[in-house]
Design a protein around this ligand. Structure first.
Ligand SMILES: C[S@@+](CC[C@H](N)C(=O)[O-])C[C@H]1O[C@@H](n2cnc3c(N)ncnc32)[C@H](O)[C@@H]1O
Length: 214
């Protein structure tokens, strides 16, 4: 087992996080005993952050104690792995869909560092009170104006931002490469530095993960 980042391991082709909640599966993932703890397999076909790590992500701004604003938490698949990594750091989980939110709630009850917020990522003022100590924005919302939403949220956070861009959600008729260029320009024009752009194939078609700093 090779340690890649804090609480993130790779064994052969599999990725894992050290579980904060041993014995519990979040999405049917495999559990593996490791020293005195337990690893949860992290599926790159289910998590774009895992896909980016598999594809060589260099900038991983999550560590023990990091505060994270997670936009588009859905039922908590990737947020649960982020929660494993940051341990005592907080993961503010923003989700717009009532249905997904209801599935997210029991997970947030089990994991003290996950805070559920039913809100629209277009309106960061609605959850600005939760952002004390947050230094990383992670966004995965599959919306037409993904970069514009990201810029609004980055304005409230000093630190790093990771944006998943799904080309088809922005414009189905445009070449994915053009979409990525257009969205990345929106970020740069807002004065945010782009550190890395990772294509997510073969795990996710026509997606990239962009790592930024402000
Ligand atoms: C691809 S899923 C996220 C999957 C999740 N990030 C993971 O890896 O486990 C996208 C989620 O974004 C949510 N979403 C879409 N628009 C949103 C918005 N404006 N604000 C907050 N959440 C939004 C959707 O309801 C959906 O649950």
């Amino acid at each position: 087992m090779k340690k890649l980042f804090h609480n993130v391991f790779r064994g052969g082709k599999q990725l894992y996080t050290l579980s904060l909640d041993p014995g519990q599966r979040v999405y049917g993932e495999k559990l593996v005993k490791y020293n005195s703890g337990e690893l949860r397999q992290w599926d790159p076909n289910r998590s774009k952050l895992a896909a980016a790590i598999m594809n060589g992500l260099k900038n991983f701004p999550f560590d023990a104690g990091t505060g994270v604003l997670y936009l588009g938490a859905a039922q908590g698949t990737t947020p649960s792995h982020v929660s494993d990594v940051v341990e005592k750091g907080v993961v503010v989980c923003v989700e717009i869909s009532q249905r997904a939110f209801e599935k997210l709630l029991p997970l947030c009850e089990r994991r003290e560092n996950m805070v559920p917020v039913l809100a629209d990522a277009n309106h960061p003022e609605e959850y600005a009170d939760y952002l004390d100590g947050v230094s990383v924005v992670y966004q995965d919302v599959a919306q037409p104006r993904q970069a514009a939403i990201f810029v609004k949220n980055m304005a409230l956070v000093k630190g790093y931002g990771l944006l998943c861009i799904k080309a088809r959600s922005v414009d189905v008729s445009m070449e994915p490469k053009q979409v990525f260029k257009k969205e990345i320009n929106v970020i740069k024009e807002a004065g945010i530095e782009v550190l890395e752009v990772i294509p997510l194939e073969p795990f996710e078609k026509d997606h990239v993960l962009v790592v930024c700093k402000n």
